[in-house]
Design a protein around this ligand. Structure first.
Ligand SMILES: Nc1ncnc2c1ncn2[C@@H]1O[C@H](COP(=O)(O)OP(=O)(O)OP(=O)(O)O)[C@@H](O)[C@H]1O
Ligand SMILES: [Mg+2]
Length: 332
């Protein structure tokens, strides 16, 4: 089977600026793929090109086997885009919102009701089907829009920040839904998110995008293990350790770096937890007591900082662009 998404040297110029800069990407059928990156990295522009919504300056792309530039009609039938902004019609009921789309995509009359019911049940909105969307919460609207995006049975579903601004409970309902959809049969999902925990919990692979380029690509676990010495083990002792003891601890296998600050030791190591027994043993043998221990594992956030030089949170705090100032905050 052809891959769900193939991009070759895909580029989008705005004046002299390459918003997307010679991107090569292959997403396999059935993958749940995440796009991560700071504001202005080029994620939306990349998605817009892949979904036929934005011109391509150079390079090629095929989605669901359809050449994005050549066949916009076939593309529209094969994919679905759930944009970041909520777009369901407030003056219609949930059912009517789906029905309009089903008609637009010429779903035969007999099948329409069945499909709509199935999808509304799946997103847990069947009991609210006859209520106006204006009475729905943000999380309900998002679920409705995901259901709407599936009415024509697309092969690839593009979601731009599907859980932005939602409470944790609604986020988890959407996570469950996306997992089910992916496992339930052949649907490829491309997900843009600013939530690293979301990417980590859901995505088979993620691409970290920065300044129009993919700077890292892989399974979350792969990306994390590619960063050496990123587990930290921090111990507070009863008294500062001697230089010779510090040297001995620093020479233990898998220790990349050891920092000593008075009675506090910070190890940067591969496999921090596995190191702990040996460290304790040496400290006890030297007559020390250990007052506190803290082991922290590398997170996807660390990977992100490593590849982009800044934290995802910083990129939002420093954002001043007026276009974005009007957009919802990514972090509460
Ligand atoms: N229509 C446009 N005209 C000019 N420049 C644009 C246009 N759309 C996007 N850009 C620029 O292209 C770059 C990539 O923007 P894009 O919206 O793709 O980033 P993003 O990763 O989706 O960011 P965000 O996280 O804020 O959604 C930015 O420098 C942006 O200012
Ligand atoms: Mg965007």
């Amino acid at each position: 089977m052809t891959p769900a998404i193939v991009a070759h040297q895909l580029t989008r110029m705005f004046g002299k600026i390459a918003a997307v800069d010679h991107v090569d990407l292959t997403v396999q059928d059935g993958e749940l793929f995440g796009l991560l990156g700071p504001n202005g990295a080029g994620k939306t522009t990349l998605i817009r090109m892949l979904t036929g919504l934005s011109p391509i300056s150079s390079g090629d792309a095929a989605v669901a086997g359809v050449d994005v530039r050549r066949d916009p009609v076939a593309l529209r039938r094969a994919i679905s885009v759930v944009p970041q902004a909520l777009t369901s019609d407030l003056d219609l009921t949930g059912y009517e919102n789906l029905d309009i789309y089903a008609r637009f995509f010429s779903v035969p009359r007999r099948e329409r009701r069945e499909r709509i019911q199935h999808l509304l049940e799946r997103v847990e909105l069947w009991d609210r089907k006859d209520d106006l969307v204006s009475t729905y919460s943000g999380g309900m609207r998002r679920r409705l829009e995901i259901a709407r995006g599936l009415i024509h049975r697309p092969r690839v579903l593009f979601l731009d920040e599907p859980t932005i601004g939602l409470d944790p409970q609604s986020r988890h309902v959407i996570w469950e839904l996306l997992r089910e959809l992916q496992h339930g049969g052949g649907l490829t999902i491309s997900l843009t998110t600013h939530y690293l925990d979301e990417a980590e919990a859901l995505c088979d692979r993620v691409a970290i995008v920065d300044r129009g380029r993919i700077v890292a690509l892989g399974a979350p676990a792969e990306l994390k293990s590619a960063l050496p010495g990123s587990d930290t083990l921090q111990l507070t002792l009863d008294a500062p350790p001697s230089q010779s003891l510090t040297d001995e601890l620093g020479a233990l296998p898998n220790v990349r770096k050891l920092e000593r600050d008075a009675a506090q030791l910070t190890f940067h190591a591969d496999g921090g937890a596995a190191l702990l027994p040996r460290v304790i043993e040496l400290l006890y043998a030297a007559g020390h007591k250990v007052l506190t221990i803290n082991v922290s594992r590398i997170s996807l956030e660390d990977v992100f900082i490593h590849f982009t030089g800044r934290s995802l949170r910083d990129t939002h705090v420093t954002e001043t662009d007026t276009r974005r100032a009007a957009a919802p905050r990514r972090f509460s």
